[in-house]
Design a protein around this ligand. Structure first.
Ligand code: FAD
Ligand code: SIN
Length: 532
């Protein structure tokens, strides 16, 4: 095993990791570890944009109110207020780092999406994420104190103890350079988890292959509190068929006037004043109910209310992808279905991104800051990532000083070092398929006690099988990811079984109403010692 030392370790190269790295470099050396090619991230595929209060008819209060309404009573108000208040400054930071948002005539174009009472979505056409990722990677590349390591997969966190006080502190991470087949113990004074989401736990997802819940699983194994994993957001409009990674049809398309219809051309009935632009949980549930009742494979997104010029100008990326699939989106409606899209829960943090393990911070989709509650408002996630990674970087002077007070790396955590194990690709691929189908069938848009109980039993069996396939001691990236996927699936099921009510994204037919007396609180899980 090799050793490597940095002041600040960042795991993940999406918007959270890169924006943090750029500010962290003012305080020390920064190593960004990323498990594939550096641009590969959910950030890179974001379409609609990034919400912030930029318009004259908008206000922080309105952004806060819309976010709280979507979050169905579970948002932490202070976290939302910070998000809305600091959002516009963070948009300016992104522009300062070189992000070119669409700004005809010099003023930012503002899109509209579900649940927003104002136009406030800053965007770069419909390729917003690609532009953000491009600019941040370019800024990082020209920074002498930031080094990005592609194909470096974090397996587990390293923990230090203070000999005098017995206090624990994160000391970095065990990293696999999977191109070279080399294990590296990367020691760091401060570590940021910025590993993104976990959509790959579901059969149909808009998320790229990297979204395997590694950060949540690593944190949980290290005894760090995780929360609210029952709240998986299903995006209502993924292009049908939605196999492998489903192609997203941005909510901004409905924001510009497109409406949902059934196959016979009737408007899809949606029991909400905003109709097709109601919050995502409501739209996705109505589509799901219609598909189950009618037996139809998809619904239709009718773009005829939008002029063809505007479609071409505003949605060039979606238009190109549709054309590649033989669909002319100017002339014909798009076949769409819901798909798993965003994890509202994750590693629990405070208002500066601090987790329950000193020295470990989390930002972006991996984190649960309290902003999203039971349902995320569209385009609030890129904003949350950049606001909270900024806040986390402000803590670095204090954190670096605390780390220098005599902590010693745990021998036990070093012993976690995996021994080489023969990969078992066939078995691992089959276990992953089974898990994704299980989560889709039993832990999907509509849940029941019976299905959740079935899911818990089946996931426990898959956990055992994943461990037998080499889970905790493999150098094979697919096997390592399978272990994490099974773990986040089990955590999601446990959270869903605890919440015996329906709220936001968690809908259980056996408990169809909100129960504020018992459940107006986060669902928090902490591992017992030795969780694998
Ligand atoms: P990511 O951008 O996903 O980056 C995670 C990084 O961690 C990657 O570099 C990955 O390789 C790395 N990583 C993961 N595990 C490991 C490991 N074990 N070791 C090393 N590296 C690891 N949100 C909006 O606000 N607006 C939108 O318009 C929007 N559109 C979206 C469209 C799509 C198709 C998708 C999938 C999501 C969209 N979202 C949108 C959500 C948003 O893009 C994500 O929540 C956000 O980009 C997450 O950023 P992040 O930095 O937390 O994670
Ligand atoms: C979209 O463009 O519909 C995605 C926006 C988001 O997930 O916030």
């Amino acid at each position: 095993m090799k050793n490597h030392s940095v002041d600040i370790l960042v795991i993940g190269s999406g918007i959270a990791g890169l924006s943090y790295a750029l500010r962290a470099a003012e305080h020390g050396t920064v190593g960004v570890m990323t498990k594939k090619e550096r641009a590969e991230s959910s950030t890179n595929y974001a379409q609609g944009g990034i919400a912030a209060v930029m318009a004259e008819d908008d206000s922080v209060e309105l952004h806060v109110r819309d976010t709280l309404v979507a979050g169905a009573g579970l948002c932490h108000r202070e976290a939302v207020e910070l998000l809305a208040r600091e959002g516009s400054d963070r948009i300016r930071d992104l522009m300062h780092w070189g992000v070119q948002f669409t700004a005809p005539g010099g003023s930012l174009s503002l899109g509209r999406e579900g649940g927003h009472s104002r136009r406030r979505v800053v965007h770069a056409g419909d390729l917003t994420g690609r532009e953000i990722e491009r600019a941040l990677l370019a800024a990082v590349a020209s920074h002498p104190r930031v080094h990005v390591f592609d194909d470096h997969l974090a397996i587990d966190l390293l923990v230090r103890h203070h000999p005098a006080t017995g206090r624990r502190r994160c000391g970095g991470a065990l990293i696999l350079d999977h191109r070279a087949g080399v294990l590296i113990e990367v020691q760091a004074s401060v570590t940021l988890l910025a590993t993104g989401g976990l959509g790959q736990a579901y059969r149909h997802t808009t998320n790229p292959a990297i979204a395997t819940g590694d950060g949540v699983a690593m944190a949980y194994r290290a005894g760090v509190a995780v929360a609210n994993l029952e709240f998986m957001q299903f995006h209502p409009t993924a292009l049908y068929p939605a196999e492998a990674r489903a192609f997203l049809i941005s909510e901004a398309v409905r924001g510009e006037g497109a409406v949902l219809r059934t196959l016979d051309g009737a408007l899809l009935p949606i029991d909400h004043e905003l109709g097709s632009l109601a919050p995502r949980d409501i739209v996705a549930r109505h589509i799901d109910r219609h598909l189950k009742r009618s037996g139809e494979p998809h619904v239709l997104l009718d773009l005829s209310p939008i002029s063809s010029d505007h479609i071409a100008r505003r949605f060039p990326g979606i238009m190109a992808e549709c054309a590649a699939r033989g669909i002319d989106m100017v002339r014909e409606p798009l076949p769409v279905v819901p798909a798993a899209h965003y994890a509202c829960g994750g590693v629990r943090t405070d208002d500066v991104g601090r987790t329950s393990l000193p020295g470990l911070f989390a930002a972006g989709e991996v984190a649960c800051t309290g902003v999203h509650g039971a349902n995320r408002l569209a385009s609030n996630s890129l904003l949350e990532a950049v606001v909270y990674s900024h806040r986390a970087s402000d803590e670095l002077p204090v954190e670096l000083a605390a780390a220098a007070t005599g902590y010693v790396l745990d021998a036990t955590s070093v012993e976690l070092a995996p021994s080489p194990a023969a990969p078992a690709p066939v078995e691992v691929a089959e276990l992953r398929r089974t898990l994704r189908q299980l989560m889709w069938d039993d832990v999907g848009i509509v849940r029941s006690d019976e299905r959740l109980e079935h899911a818990a039993g089946a996931a426990a069996g898959l956990h055992e099988a994943a461990l037998r396939a080499g889970g905790a001691c493999s150098r094979d990236p697919d096997t390592i990811e399978l272990r994490n996927l099974v773990q986040v699936a089990e955590l999601s099921i446990r959270c869903a079984r605890r919440r015996r009510e329906s709220r936001g994204l968690h809908y259980n037919v056996d408990h169809p109403y909100r129960d504020n007396e018992r459940f107006l609180r986060d669902t928090v899980l902490v591992a017992e010692e030795g969780a694998d």
